[in-house]
Design a protein around this ligand. Structure first.
Ligand SMILES: [Zn+2]
Length: 63
């Protein structure tokens, strides 16, 4: 199970800022795998038991 399906849009998104390149990116906080910065490849969130552990700076939550 390494395929993540983003079809179901839920309200579990956060906007984070990459600590390395300051890119702001909206990530899915229940991601089943790690989320990387689209610009520099820095890990923004890693999987921790069904939900993502945000490593980057969290700016905003969408709920
Ligand atoms: Zn980055």
């Amino acid at each position: 199970m390494d395929e993540i399906i983003f079809k179901q849009v839920e309200s579990n998104f956060s906007k984070v800022r990459c600590q390395k390149c300051k890119n702001e990116q909206v990530i899915f906080t229940k991601a089943a795998s790690q989320v990387k910065c689209l610009v520099c490849g820095e890990i923004l969130a890693k999987s921790a038991g069904g939900k993502a552990e945000i490593v980057a700076e969290r700016i905003e939550n969408y709920s």
